[in-house]
Design a protein around this ligand. Sequence first.
Ligand code: A2P
Length: 276
Amino acid sequence: MTEQTPVTQTDAAPATLTKMHLPDAQIVTSVRHYTDRLFSFRVTRPKTLRFRSGEFVMIGLMGDNGKPLLRAYSIASPSWDEELEFYSIKVQDGPLTSKLQHIQPGDEIILRPKPVGTLVHDALLPGKRIYFFATGTGFAPFASLLRDPDTYERYDEVIITHTCRDVAELTYGRDLVEGLAEDPLIGELVAGKLRYYPTTTRETSPKMGRITTLIENGEIFAALGVPPLNPSTDRAMVCGSLAFNLDIKALLEKAGLREGANSEPKEFVIEKAFVG
Ligand code: A2P
């Protein structure tokens, strides 16, 4: 973490976050707050949990009615990590995140150990270049994939784009990307292969604009020195809001890429980021 990173301390945990002692409970090991809308946290990993980078699990807390309140969260940590990391929005009146944002180390969360999802390498045909297109907390599955050696073994070029409203919302992704070069496991693999293309839409930054606009007007390709999207070389994974996913999907299909799935690998895959 750099000194200028705007990380704040966790708020006091409300009294409702008591120990649950459920079979699927995991212990929170650390929490970081980036803005009043975003935070990340790490929890213990069930010993038997195996997952593919890019997959999600259901996590949550016990609701006031005594029933588990669960939502789909992409696992942001790589599959070799002994803990699990998640990156979350805070919605002040959201049923889950209004409470989840108050977790502190030592608290328990519920985690159903059944990973699933389409943002996995197996759902794409082999290619030369992979694009990871993220907005907001849609960066989470790519935080896992970017730390997976397999990503760099499969592709010559890895391009991660992240569009957020303001600069502070880029912090989680920027810190992660900057840390990859020094990573003892994948630092060497990343060198010369990974390109990071962050943009903001509501605050001035070196690159402004929605990624969809920057694809349509060709600015992203000119900036990175790569040819326009091409189904014979390019693959893509997309994770963001529903509206974003639909807009990117239309652009990818216009360029001739087809949507794939675990059972039928093609040129791109899409998943909606958790909201609320
Ligand atoms: P904008 O500020 O123009 O709405 P959010 O925080 O609302 O999830 O948005 C995250 C980022 O995704 C914002 O920068 C937002 O831009 C951008 N975004 C939202 N919807 C779309 C879309 N349909 N196409 C491209 N970018 C989008």
